[in-house]
Design a protein. Sequence first.
Length: 288
Amino acid sequence: MQLGSEQHKELFCRSLIDSYLEYEPEKLPWPELDSVSLERLQAIPFWTEALYTERAAEVMISAYADTVEDPLLREAIALQGIEEGRHARLIEFFLNHYDIQIEEPEKVEVPEDIETAFTDFEFGECLDSFFAFGMFDLARQANYVPEPLFKIFNSLLEEEARHIVFFINWVTYIQIQRGRGFSGLRAAHAGWNYTRGLWGLIKAFGGAGEREERAFTATGANSFIDDLTPELLLSTCLAENTKRMSVFDERLLQPLLMPRLSKFALGFLKLVPRLPRPNQNRVTVTDN
């Protein structure tokens, strides 16, 4: 199969469309939770950001789909918008169902340059999903909440995996159809943002940087397991990413930059002294 061909387009679009699952968040088997599980859920720091991200994704992706002329591409992108909207409804229902109070997210607005916004958002999804895969598995290993809740949220991760595989193939197809490969500026921009996000994650474990500069998946992962190291998180992310990507047709492209950067980071971390964690190596000055 030649990348950028009609066969390629048919494959990556049908892979997304034909794997769609119909369900409504309010009809899912939400379990009863004990007080400990509820307290743990309330302590997770990223619910507001997660809800805003899914709402914004629905608005932006749906708006972009309306601008796409190719009917098959439009159908697939519109379906992704529907799924992102369902993610937002699922998170909102979950928060209300368990009475988890959050700060109301800011209002979502449609970006002016809609295709650029779509492309930048999807590159970010490749980063966030990679870390979400690992964070989810760490929380599951730690029995952070009952298993039925993990099964519900696993559906979101499966859909996000479908989205990023669709995107990597879509962006390759579009660039080839327009008579060029990835532009140097776009590739440099994506690489810079991926690398900055990964370095921000490593700094988060050492206590460096302000909270808003840290990937929310990093702070979230710290909520699930004590003494979490970047080595453990990155190795878990790599293993989970490999597992989730293994279900896709081998002819489809997959996001490779985050796995490659993570492998590089793991090798780098073996060669340098461990970054100091918060409250470690604190010097106490006393009067003699």
